[in-house]
Design a protein around this ligand. Structure first.
Ligand code: HDE
Length: 687
């Protein structure tokens, strides 16, 4: 018998349902462990009288509820996390003594949290925004937090500008909107006065800022770090995460619609793929270089608004990250996880990047505020999984309380005196010379703000360039102050004059403003880097993607089953969509259920679509606006569309599609196989 059946149900005098435990079911208690007799009614003076203050059970319950929220993160408030492991490929002892990189095949547990930056906790997943890509490695020598983004450069060069950047991007303070978007005056005003942001702005206006899935995006440590080996020798290193299933983004028009149809699109996708055993994977790659390279490189490697093209310093894969377990409790894990850039381990060290230096203060400070005290490392998601011994003590919510008399060192209590320093195993900073006068300045080597912005733009395919033009047009069309728009165009003209002219024309800005005056001449000789483009590095598989199939009465069993089998074989998933969710009769008389209704599942939720309904059903469906939107959006979004031959003419007649090679007739010989292999290209860009 199921446990729930053992619960006895009774009705109270007001008709309310009471579920009473017998000895097989735990009894509901208060936080203090006091058994609760009635959880439906507060204690009153008479059945219609006032509630009594004395009701300690109700007061405790409501008090705790009132305190359920902790301050949301000031940035990256909306996020989603998962557990997994990092597997090291080869021993890297020449480069680093970091414990996790010492043995081939060695696995280190990790927790990863992805996030958007600007929106509040309740904002939608498909905002145009940078995605956080924060990884906590629970190594055997302490936690290493690699708190990165899905874009390899940043808006600003010095941490002191961070509050200004974020204030400008978030909702404007008087009106409290717009939410989760940079399409407003304050953001573009700040950007127009901050030329160092130009490179990053090219990235945020590109398709990188609207990923199809958290599983299909790259991640970057952004800053230059140091790898230090056991002999104390060090090299510079930049960290990269490369998704095994390749990169993929949505179109802006899709993003807008996904936000309405499923604001949880990314978190649902991550949850579902882990739950079904299709574990998301990334390779960790490193760009390692020495001081000589750093001196010769066109830009300062301490400047986080710049990257080093892969073509100049190749990326070496050194391990892989696999996410294989969803959280048990969102609050306990995803919300309470406290990433801190200053969490590094022996073998890894910071550089003097002024953005990183500032972050090393900010994260510890922010966690203390968010989690209420210095003992947030006692929360299981933050606690190291290696032995810890120290004399830090007390404070709010102290959970690990040492026993015994000694809480200081040095002490003379011998072996009972607790932990001691270990100069051989302990963390050692890289031996780096530091000197200079105290001054509040920006290094002249940080002064070139346009050349890499230009390099990014010219590295994009024509389609991607047009998306950047459209994104800038969209964002600036929401800016009310013309001066701000003109200032941005003056920067764009310097990055690429065509780009500036197109955006100006789109917005009707005439005459063209003068190009901005750069602090340093733009280096127009930087060659395009294909690695910076998503579309020049397309996935060659439909694996991990999702097909939406509209079915209806009398759907042909063989065709439907053949399609489902074929799609599953290539590692993708299928969702059936129908007018009514349940009780759909197939041609062979079977009764099947769909997972979605047409109204509830627009085609923007799928990577490709198929319509397998007999002709009369198709004709009936054309009366439904949601069906028309489904098909015409799929067509407009350049998705592969499959159908059973009979209905092609209906879709064409109703103006939903024009027959092209992206529309595939499943009833033709090899129709299913042709469709599935076409889907590996993700979109029919020629349309
Ligand atoms: Fe953050 N950032 N940041 N940031 N950041 C935070 O820490 C900050 C920067 C990044 O999933 C905060 O726990 C400063 C760059 C991620 O929990 C806060 C500066 C990069 C996350 C903070 C930066 C990031 C944060 C807010 C300029 C990419 C989410 C809540 C110097 C390399 C981590 C919190 C998670 C979160 C400060 C710039 C990535 C306030 C001062 C550059 C992925 O401490």
């Amino acid at each position: 018998m199921k446990k729930e059946n053992q619960v006895k149900k009774t009705r109270g005098i007001g008709g309310e349902i009471h579920q009473t435990a017998d000895e097989n079911v735990p009894t509901l208690t208060t936080q203090q462990g006091v058994p609760v007799a009635d959880d439906q009614n507060s204690l009153k003076a008479g059945s219609r009288g006032p509630t009594l203050m004395e009701d300690h059970i109700m007061r405790e319950k409501i008090f705790h509820f009132d305190h359920e929220r902790i301050p949301e993160r000031v940035v990256h408030a909306r996020g989603y996390g998962a557990h997994g492991y990092f597997e090291n490929y080869e021993c890297q002892k020449e480069l680093t003594c970091a414990n996790l990189f010492q043995q081939k095949g060695q696995q280190t547990p990790v927790f990863v949290r992805f996030s958007t930056v600007a929106g509040n906790k309740g904002s939608a997943d498909l905002a145009r925004d940078v995605r956080g890509f924060a990884v906590k490695f629970y190594t055997q020598q302490g936690n290493w937090d690699l708190v990165g983004n899905n874009i390899p450069v940043f808006f600003i060069q010095d941490a002191i500008k961070f509050p200004d950047l974020i204030h400008s991007a978030k909702a404007e303070p008087d009106r409290g909107f717009p939410q989760a978007q940079t399409a407003h005056d304050n953001f573009w005003d700040f950007i127009s006065l901050t030329p160092e942001a130009m490179n990053m702005v090219m990235w945020t206006m590109s398709d990188r800022a609207i990923p199809r899935s958290l599983r299909f995006m790259e991640g970057f440590g952004v800053h230059t770090f140091r790898f230090v080996n056991a002999d104390g020798e060090w090299k510079f290193v930049k960290f990269h995460w490369k998704p095994t299933l390749g990169m993929q983004s949505v179109l802006w028009n899709e993003a807008l619609k996904i936000n309405g149809a499923d604001p949880d699109f990314h978190r649902r996708d991550l949850w579902n793929s882990i739950k079904m055993g299709a574990y998301p994977e990334w390779e960790l790659g490193v760009q390692v270089f020495d001081e000589k390279f750093a001196e010769e490189f066109e830009f300062d490697v301490l400047d986080a608004t710049k990257l080093i093209p892969e073509e100049q310093v190749p990326i070496t894969p050194i391990g892989k990250l696999v996410l294989n377990r969803v959280v048990d409790n969102f609050f306990a894990e995803t919300e309470q996880v406290a990433f801190c850039t200053q969490n590094i381990v022996p073998g890894i060290d910071f550089t003097e990047d002024p953005l990183l230096q500032g972050r090393n203060f900010s994260y510890l400070d922010t966690q203390t505020k968010r989690l209420g005290g210095p003992n947030f490392t006692h929360i299981p998601i933050n606690a190291p999984k290696c032995p810890m011994h120290h004399f830090q003590q007390d404070g709010h919510m102290a959970m690990h309380n040492p026993k015994g008399r000694v809480n200081y060192e040095p002490n003379s209590w011998g072996e009972k005196g607790g932990p001691r320093e270990n100069p051989h195993k302990g963390f050692m900073s890289a031996k780096v010379g530091v000197s200079g006068e105290k001054q509040r300045v920006r290094s002249e080597t940080f002064a070139d703000h346009y050349s890499q912005a230009r390099q990014f733009y010219i590295s994009q395919s024509a389609i991607e360039q047009s998306h950047i033009q459209d994104a800038l047009t969209f964002e600036l069309s929401k800016v009310e102050t013309r001066n701000i728009v003109e200032r941005i165009i003056s920067h764009l003209l310097l990055i690429d004059d065509q780009l500036g002219m197109i955006v100006a024309e789109n917005l009707g800005i005439s005459p063209l403003p003068e190009a901005a005056v750069p602090a340093l001449d733009v280096n127009r000789n930087l060659v395009a880097s294909s690695a910076l483009s998503i579309l020049k590095n397309p996935p060659d598989t439909f694996e991990g993607r999702k097909l939406g199939v509209i079915v209806g009465e009398n759907v042909e069993d063989k065709l439907l089953n053949g399609l489902i089998d074929g799609v599953k074989q290539c590692g993708a998933t299928v969702e059936l969509i129908s007018m009514h969710k349940h009780g759909i009769k197939t041609a062979e008389g079977k009764s099947i259920s769909a997972q979605q209704t047409i109204d509830g599942a627009p085609s923007v939720l799928y990577d490709a679509v198929a319509i397998i309904v007999p002709e009369p059903v198709a004709a009936e469906l054309t009366d439904m606006q949601a069906f028309k939107d489904f098909i015409s959006d799929a067509y407009f979004h350049k998705k592969f569309i499959a159908y059973d031959g009979d209905i092609e003419s209906i879709l064409i007649e109703n103006g939903m599609v024009k027959a092209d090679r992206g529309c595939i007739d499943l009833s033709k010989k090899n129709g299913i196989a042709d469709f599935i292999s076409a889907c590996a290209k993700i979109r029919y860009w020629q349309r």
